[in-house]
Design a protein around this ligand. Sequence first.
Ligand code: SF4
Length: 69
Amino acid sequence: MSNPKGDPGLCAACAHARTVNSARGATFVFCGLSRTDGRFAKYPRLPVLACVGFESAAPSPRGTQGHQR
Ligand code: SF4
């Protein structure tokens, strides 16, 4: 069955997700990890409720200095 409410689940908050709107008004999520990792579907079936590749798109409240060089 499809996802009538369009809730993408985890993908909504994932740094690897790109929202794609079709000409028909449907919304898909493109998973950026699919480019480099075959375990991930290009357009995952939504909602995604569990995903090993999930990475929060929101900055972490702690440890935000970890990526500076
Ligand atoms: S890694 Fe998982 S949660 Fe993130 S966009 Fe891809 S499928 Fe969605």
